[in-house]
Ligand binder design. Structure first.
Ligand SMILES: C[S@@+](CC[C@H](N)C(=O)[O-])C[C@H]1O[C@@H](n2cnc3c(N)ncnc32)[C@H](O)[C@@H]1O
Length: 148
C-alpha cells in the first residue's frame, strides 16, 4: 500500500484537473499512474523524457515533479484545446517543450533519444511502436497504460 507521501499531488495538479473538467476531458492519468511516473522520472537525473499525448497536462505535472533541474521533457498532442491548458499551466517551466501535432510524425522524425517514453496516445503504443522503442536510450524505460 502506498503511503500519503507517494501520492502527494504535484504543483499545478489541482488547477490542471479543474480545468480539464471544464473541458470535459476524461482521459487524465490517474493518481497511481502519476505517482509511478514521478518515481521513474526521479530515477533518471539529467534525463530526457517524452510524453506522447499531453492531454491537459496531468501526466506532465507528475513527470515534472520527479525530474531534476537538468532534465528535459517533450510532450506532444494533436488536440490544441487540451494542450492549451497544459501550456498555460506548465509552460513557464523551462525544462518542458510542447509539440502540437501528430505523435507518429514526431516519432518518425525525432533525432532525440529518451531515458523514458510515456506513450499515452495511439502513436507509440498501437502504431509506431518500433519507432518509439528505437528512440529509447540503453536502459531507457517505456511506459504505457490503458491497455484493458
Ligand atoms: C490518454 S490522453 C493523454 C492523457 C495525459 N497523458 C495525462 O497524463 O493526463 C490521450 C491524448 O492523446 C492525444 N492524441 C490522440 N491521437 C494523437 C496523435 N495521433 N498524436 C498525438 N496525440 C494524440 C489526445 O488528443 C489525448 O489528449
Amino acid at each position: 500500500m502506498l503511503g500519503a507521501a507517494a501520492t502527494r499531488r504535484p504543483p499545478k495538479y489541482e488547477s490542471v484537473l479543474a480545468r480539464s473538467e471544464t473541458l470535459q476531458f476524461s482521459m487524465n492519468s490517474d493518481v497511481l499512474t502519476g505517482a509511478l511516473l514521478r518515481t521513474l522520472a526521479r530515477a533518471k537525473p539529467g534525463g530526457s523524457f517524452l510524453e506522447l499525448g499531453t492531454g491537459c497536462g496531468l501526466g506532465t505535472c507528475w513527470l515534472l515533479d520527479g525530474m531534476s533541474t537538468g532534465s528535459r521533457l517533450i510532450s506532444a498532442d494533436i488536440d490544441p484545446r487540451a494542450q492549451a491548458i497544459a501550456r498555460e499551466e506548465l509552460e513557464p517551466d523551462a525544462r518542458l517543450t510542447f509539440v502540437l501535432g501528430d505523435g507518429g510524425e514526431f516519432l518518425e522524425r525525432s533525432e532525440t533519444r529518451f531515458d523514458l517514453i510515456y506513450a499515452d496516445a495511439w502513436p507509440g503504443k498501437y502504431t509506431h511502436l518500433e519507432h518509439a522503442l528505437a528512440l529509447l536510450k540503453h536502459g531507457g524505460m517505456y511506459v504505457i497504460d490503458d491497455m484493458l
